[in-house]
Design a binder for this molecule. Structure first.
Ligand SMILES: [Zn+2]
Length: 147
């Protein structure tokens, strides 16, 4: 028999996760920010939105989403393992988007510069990246990181 009482386990249910603030630091609830992209219910309309959703995907270990949002032209046979390794070894702490150029509705390319803070083996580190994005079949995809 199902009970109406709250579940006793302390883990966050998907519902609670949706109500929590999004890991991408947009100050929006996850359920109204990156979750619709992760669940395939909406598509990021800008390169920055895609970048933020990829950060959140690393945060939650959504490897399929990270592979899927990598541009097909740059997907390598070892991409999945590389993403998995990065997701496993880092505990993501904070994201700061420094700038974004192009990457809007009418653009075909875009760049987003950001700093991601994470713990690696308990040590706080910073990853500063200028990501490049390009559309594939109309959808924003991550291409690479260039200075
Ligand atoms: Zn988000």
């Amino acid at each position: 028999m199902e009970s109406d009482s709250p579940a006793p386990q302390p883990e966050k249910t998907p519902k609670m996760r949706d109500l929590s603030l999004c890991p991408c630091k947009s100050r929006q609830p996850y359920g109204e920010c990156c979750a619709p992209f992760h669940y395939g219910k909406a598509l990021p309309q800008t390169a920055e939105a895609l970048m933020r959703s990829r950060y959140s995907a690393y945060f939650f270990g959504r490897i399929d989403y990270l592979v899927d949002t990598t541009h097909p032209d740059v997907r390598t046979p070892t991409l999945r393992q590389e993403i998995q390794a990065t997701a496993d070894e880092a505990r993501w702490k904070f994201l700061t988007v420094l700038s974004a150029s192009k990457g809007q509705a009418g653009d075909k390319t875009g760049k987003v510069e950001f700093v991601a803070q994470f713990y690696h083996n308990g040590v706080l580190q910073e990853h500063h990246e200028k990501s490049r994005f390009r559309r594939s079949r109309g959808l924003w995809k991550y291409v690479d990181a260039k200075g």
